[in-house]
Design a protein around this ligand. Structure first.
Ligand SMILES: [Zn+2]
Ligand SMILES: [Zn+2]
Length: 310
């Protein structure tokens, strides 16, 4: 934990320094060092909390001895669903604290932001048929039918980080392609993605609001294809599920996060990037990464700041 904190801090600080147009004065350097430390603390606390279940369980080999590891056991399925549930609870608590306590919160689209009932939004977010209910049904059927690649039913006590990253990258590529298809073919757009685009200035809880067709087209198909392409064990799938669902949720946030400037520099998804898509409708089709938009030349307007969010 301490090592990852130091690594994250070093990466954040060097990113921040590299982005400066000129060498900082001693007083502004002190301010940068302090602000970056604060950003690192919040970022580390948030992301490690969302990954609490796989991080904790892989640290306790005794636990692994006790569980039924046979392919027929549903233990891995329950662990996966529990992990995503815990990470969503962390996201909700974080967002509530962020909205309530932050004196420096920055709205992504200040002029068009609409206040909403927090509790009502949480309930809708968690109970939308096209959201977690459809995702849970898909994962349960896929797991129980035994159709997942055999590696997903294995429990080696480690998190395969490279495979998790590769899987996030591939899932985002397929999601990017499906998203563009939805936007290009009017009949598909109308039947699937249009309900999600009623939100021109979304909030965090609009992430999984859309239609069953949209979730199937843009989430379930990418998840299915990437699971066939990249195998990983139960802990990898739990980590992937947590990161994927957390990312999709927080890029809809109405306020910016401490990690946004660094993630933006690294080509990772941010609320500003995704709000641009909701507002202007014709670019930034990626969700977790910006790389596929760079390849497809669909983030030109955003990068050149041709149009700005207000
Ligand atoms: Zn769209
Ligand atoms: Zn969206």
């Amino acid at each position: 934990m301490i090592l990852t904190f130091i690594l994250l801090y070093t990466s954040f600080l060097s990113t921040r320094l590299l982005l400066l147009p000129s060498l900082p004065s001693p007083s502004s350097l002190v301010s940068i060092v302090y602000t970056t430390l604060k950003d690192t603390f919040i970022t580390h606390l948030f992301w490690s909390s969302t990954l609490l279940v796989p991080l904790l369980l892989t640290s306790y080999p005794d636990y692994l001895e006790k569980i039924d590891k046979s392919p027929e056991s549903r233990h891995g399925l329950y662990l996966g669903l529990f992990t995503v549930a815990v990470s969503q609870i962390i996201v909700i608590i974080y967002h509530k604290i962020h909205l309530s306590l932050s004196t420096t919160r920055t709205y992504i689209q200040k002029s068009t932001h609409e206040e909403y009932n927090f509790v009502g939004a949480v309930i809708k977010h968690l109970t939308n048929l096209e959201g977690f209910i459809l995702l849970t049904t898909y994962l349960s059927l896929y797991w129980i039918s035994g159709c997942m690649p055999s590696s997903y039913y294995t429990y080696q006590p480690d998190i395969p980080w490279f495979r998790v990253f590769a899987s996030l990258l591939i899932t985002d590529l397929i999601q990017y392609i499906m998203h563009r298809i939805e936007h290009v073919i009017p009949s598909i757009y109308k039947e699937t993605h249009k309900p999600h685009h009623v939100y021109k200035s979304p909030n965090l809880f609009n992430a999984f609001s859309g239609s069953m067709g949209d979730t199937t087209f843009m989430i379930l198909i990418p998840l299915f294809v990437s699971s066939r392409l990249i195998g990983m064990n139960v802990w990898g799938y739990m980590t992937f599920g947590s990161l994927y669902s957390t990312f999709l949720t927080i890029i809809h946030s109405e306020i910016s996060h401490s990690w946004d400037p660094y993630f933006k520099a690294w080509g990772l998804g941010t609320p500003e990037m995704h709000h641009y898509h909701h507002r202007f409708f014709d670019g930034n089709y990626g969700h977790l990464f910006v790389y596929w938009d760079w390849v497809g030349k669909t983030s030109e307007g955003y990068r050149s700041e041709k149009r700005k969010l207000k």
